[in-house]
Design a protein around this ligand. Sequence first.
Ligand code: C2E
Ligand code: MG
Ligand code: MG
Ligand code: MG
Length: 294
Amino acid sequence: EAKSAGKACYRVFDHTMRERAELRMKLEEHLHRAIDNNELRIAYQPIVCLSTGELTGAEALLRWQHPEYGLIAPDKFIPIAEESDLIIQIESWVLDHACQQLMSWQKHLGEAAPRCIHVNLSRKQLILPELPERVSRTLQKHQMAPESLHLEVTESMIMEDIEVGITSLKALRKSGVQIDMDDFGTGHSSLSCLHEFPIDVLKVDRAFVANARHVQDYAALLEAVLVLADNLGLNVVAEGIETKEQLALLQGLDCGYGQGYLFAKPLFPEQFEELIRTYSQHPEANFACVAVGD
Ligand code: C2E
Ligand code: MG
Ligand code: MG
Ligand code: MG
């Protein structure tokens, strides 16, 4: 009996493994054509000043509109792209389009437009020696001030490739580009290393935000991170703010900036513009309203 169960198990396992492998291979194959076929999309999520409710920036978050499978989240295909150099091509596309989008918004929406665009980098991109040169060429192409670009890296990426990565980040910062440490608190960096990392912004992972109200330790850690960031002269963006309670807690701790479903989900450009237009025509209805009203 155990034998047949084992056999059945094996067959199921074998089947799903093969299916998964096939799907993965298919995705990889399709991904090569995704750029040329114009299937990649960027959603933009607002980043908000927590004390004024002002829109300050937007994070560019990649999606893949697959003709057969529909909208695919980045977690599903970025790891596949990262296994080959395809990720370099995809991220160059994201950087180029995100910069173009920001400049277009600033031109058409004026003061109401976000001031900065945040773009995520992969490990492969970070260790490309020519990264600073590529970024500066893209900025020039769009006549965009380096200060308007934030590049997001994670702690683990910096830890793994400390030499090349840090050299690039230093060069980028020197040129005026801002560096964000994404998902802060989920990696393994020691806090004492933080002052050596060439960064401007700490993006505190949403695990801290989500748990701070219920788990004492998280609240204490969150507070400690905010004090630390303040002492190091770093700005803080709290990720994943979903409730007014979370927002109130962060405001109480003087956290500078936030991002999360409470303000807006990642939006495609047309929806993003609609939101900005509404807020600029009805100033009383800006993100501060979310913050204080109920
Ligand atoms: P991330 O950079 O930490 O981006 C934030 C993620 O949290 C996004 O997921 C966003 O939709 C989600 N999020 C924002 N607010 C909330 C909230 O209130 N609640 C919850 N539960 N989630 C929230 P998304 O768009 O699925 O992206 C996932 C990850 O994929 C990103 O995490 C980033 O690491 C990666 N990614 C996205 N675009 C790119 C890209 O162009 N290049 C690279 N290398 N990675 C990217
Ligand atoms: Mg990010
Ligand atoms: Mg993040
Ligand atoms: Mg994250």
